[in-house]
Write a protein of this length. Structure first.
Length: 377
């Protein structure tokens, strides 16, 4: 029987899911039964005939009774919606970041186990053939002295006006997850952590981070984070939303036998002795979830695979961690709605090359990092 599917959070990025679900429905893989959003649905793509539209996910779960639910709501709302969907007998595709804390992660995991349900987390780059080749090449590099992740994007003022929770740390007493490290550039963090896992590095134990902002928001738009694992491996993440030339997102590994570089958004890969080239092929995460439901096909990104990410996220967002430092105007180039940190792209490259934070390099606008111990399981 064709499984039924519903989408909770059908505007914004949910529009991409609406189009993708339509493709799967045309292929006979699913049947869409309901859409949910607090706001009236954006007209593109149109709502298919016979599909019910709700404003409350609980009404959808009661009336449409879907087999699978895609949750594409603000990250701080994920846990209660997911638990309701599990209680209604649904399997989940949960957009990243999955939850806001390790306690929430464990609550969700327990709910899934108790109900015998599955949850795939939307880190879609982990379904690419390029990632698989990069991961498989890591042991061949010899002793690795660091895993790095860097990206340089540009987000204008309108990005922080997209929703009431945008750029915020707390809304209605709940932690909001909208900093560069844990929302727009969460894929960079997750790919780097997954690389460390592939090397058998153990669990992340310490986070040393510097976070900055170029406008009056509450979260970082530029961040540098060094994560140390059980075995001593270090992961260095350097990202910005106030960048110069565009860097899509790169994961690097260097060892005694050479370097590997993965541009994860585009599936471009360079292994030792090779030029950067596109590696075609991605397994769609929703398709993988559907295959998992009907066979022994393993999930590509089960909730358990994101526990390290959640540990880092929690360390970055706990209330007693100081907020990101607002850079002085002389360190920022303002051009209408656009704000750029001059020289930031060179700095990103230096940080990933040396594994040193800006404050350790003597960058004039850098501030002292904060250090967090990560919990031991």
């Amino acid at each position: 029987m064709t499984p039924t599917i519903a989408l909770i959070g059908a505007n914004g990025h949910g529009r991409w899911h609406r189009r993708h679900i339509a493709e799967l429905e045309a292929a006979g893989r699913v049947r869409l039964t309901g859409l949910v959003d607090l706001r009236p649905l954006e007209p593109d793509p149109p709502v298919p005939p016979g599909v019910s539209v709700f404003q409350d996910h609980r009404d959808l779960l009661a009336e449409a009774a879907p087999d699978v639910v895609v949750i594409c709501t603000p990250p701080h709302t994920h846990l209660p919606i997911a638990l309701d969907a599990i209680a209604a007998g649904c399997d989940l595709l949960l957009e990243k970041p999955p939850v806001a804390s390790l306690a929430a992660h464990r609550t969700l995991a327990a709910g899934l186990t108790s109900a015998g349900r599955s949850c795939q987390v939307g880190f879609q780059a982990l379904g690419s053939v390029a990632w698989q080749r990069f991961r498989d090449a890591l042991p061949t590099l010899g002793a690795i002295d660091g895993i790095t992740a860097t990206a340089s994007w540009q987000r204008e003022d309108s990005y922080y006006a997209r929703a009431p929770w945008a750029g915020r740390r707390v809304v209605g007493g709940r932690a909001v997850i909208d900093g560069a490290l844990v929302n727009p550039l969460a894929h960079a963090v997750m790919q780097a952590l997954a690389s460390a896992t592939a090397l058998g590095a153990g669990r992340p134990r310490q986070l040393v981070a510097e976070r900055y902002r170029v406008r009056p928001i509450e979260v970082e738009d530029t961040a540098f984070a060094r994560i140390t694992f059980d075995g001593g491996l270090q992961v260095m993440i350097a990202v910005t939303l106030a960048g110069e030339d565009f860097i899509a997102g790169e994961i690097g590994a260097r060892g005694a036998n050479g370097r590997a570089l993965l541009e994860y958004p585009t599936d471009r890969l360079a292994l030792p002795g090779q030029e950067m080239e596109h590696v075609p092929g991605r397994t769609d995460l929703l398709t993988n979830l559907l295959d998992h439901r009907s066979s022994t096909e393993p999930l590509l990104v089960p909730l358990a695979a994101t526990e390290d990410f959640t540990a880092v996220l929690e360390a970055l967002t706990v209330p007693d961690v100081t907020g990101p430092h607002l850079l002085d105007e002389d360190a920022v180039l303002i051009e209408g709605p656009k704000r750029t940190i001059p020289g930031v792209n060179d700095l990103l490259r230096k940080v990933t090359e040396t594994l040193a934070l800006p404050s350790e390099m003597g960058v004039p606008w850098a501030v002292r990092p904060f250090t967090q111990r990560l919990p031991v399981s």
